[in-house]
Design a protein around this ligand. Structure first.
Ligand code: DAH
Length: 361
């Protein structure tokens, strides 16, 4: 009599799973062979490996197996998944390579004109400052750079503007938490230079200044000035007028004139506002039949302030007002550049649109 044989359940179930998987593998390979782009590849991945894909269905069926067989079944499925993924990976990089090769295959026409190379240009404000400095350097002036953060002493007191002086209000100064300030004009550099060097002195000082101004076509919280200072025995206002006339001719053209309008600055006596012939209309105040827009019809444009250095300022720097005298000026660089480049809004200088800058170059 034949002994009873237990049916080999384990072999059967796992064997069937193996058959299912290899059939699945064959269908997968057949489908993969006809994939020719990334979208089709993604679709294939979903069909077999996606959340509702065939492999997931097989994994769910593991639950129906006797507990002892589940680990083995799981392992078999994991191995199959790894094989499919490796094949997908290979197919994906083959596709990428094919696309790259196709791109390279396009004939390159080496005679095709290249896009024009864009050259940079000097910014109009810098160009104006450089031209002005250059004019003074050729006349023996030194260019001195001051600090943008200053103390009340250099910015006000030493310039004859004591703490209770109403002129302080006019400067709309930004004060810093440490008691210092953002200089509202370049004039403190006059004091620093004179306190470091005995007379004679001849400097120009270009740089930025800051004021609590709202931004519009003519104002900004940050702007540029160029300061000039000449102190020596016998210096008088005529020297200043001659020097500024030469500067305006260099910046605007050979027919420029300069006029002084009486004004007030605590650090100069007498003081004057500086106007030069409007380059927009040549001083006539008219452009064609209309009034000149640049100067508003007056024929003059204002470019800054100036005067003879106040004796108190000289004394503060240990200069003897009986022996030396001097002139000083402070010009608004944006104002000069607006007229020079015929720009009616100074924001153009700060927005730095490359197309606009290229036009002004
Ligand atoms: N610091 C003056 C300002 O910003 C301009 C100025 C006027 C400067 C007269 C000078 C000067 O050196 O002498 O309004």
């Amino acid at each position: 009599m034949r002994a009873f044989e237990f049916p080999d359940v384990e072999e059967d179930e796992i064997g069937r799973l193996g058959d299912d998987l290899s059939a699945l593998g064959e269908r997968f390979e057949a489908a993969l062979a006809s994939v020719d782009d990334g979208d089709a590849l993604d679709a294939l991945r979903l069909t077999f490996l996606g959340r509702n894909g065939e492999i997931t269905a097989l994994r769910r069926s593991i639950g129906t197996l006797p507990a002892a067989e589940r680990p083995e079944a799981g392992k078999t499925i994991n191995e199959a998944v790894a094989r499919l993924e490796a094949q997908l990976e290979r197919a994906s990089s083959a596709l990428t390579n094919r696309e790259l090769a196709a791109q390279l295959d396009v004939a390159i026409d080496v005679t095709f004109p290249a896009p024009p190379a864009r050259t940079g240009s000097i910014h109009p404000l810098r160009r104006t400052l450089e031209d002005a400095c250059d004019y003074f350097q050729r006349r023996g002036f030194a260019v001195v750079l001051g600090d943008e953060i200053e103390t009340e002493y250099y910015n006000f007191d030493a310039l004859n503007i004591p703490a209770d002086h109403p002129a302080r209000e006019g400067f709309d100064t930004f004060y810093l938490a440490n008691g210092k300030l953002l200089r509202p004009h370049t004039s403190p550099t006059q004091i620093r230079t004179m306190q470091q060097h005995p007379p004679p002195i001849a400097i120009v000082n270009p740089g930025k200044a800051y004021r609590r101004d709202a931004v519009d076509a003519r104002h900004s919280y940050m702007f540029s000035q160029i300061e000039g200072l000449l102190v020596a025995p016998g210096i008088h206002l005529g020297h200043l007028k001659g020097m500024l006339t030469g500067l305006c001719r260099e910046l605007f053209g050979p027919n420029q004139a300069v006029r002084f309008r009486p004004s007030f600055f605590p650090f100069t006596e007498p003081s004057a506002e500086v106007d030069t012939t409007c380059p927009g209309c040549g001083g006539s105040g008219k452009r064609g039949d209309a009034g000149c827009k640049t100067c508003g019809g007056s024929g003059w444009i204002e470019i800054g302030g100036s005067g003879m250095v106040h004796p108190d300022v000289l004394r503060e720097c240990n200069y003897d007002p009986e022996r030396v005298s001097g002139w000083a000026f402070g010009l608004g660089v944006e104002r000069i550049a607006m007229v020079r480049y015929d720009v009616d809004d100074l924001r153009v200088f700060f927005e730095n649109d490359p197309a606009v800058l290229a036009q002004l170059a």
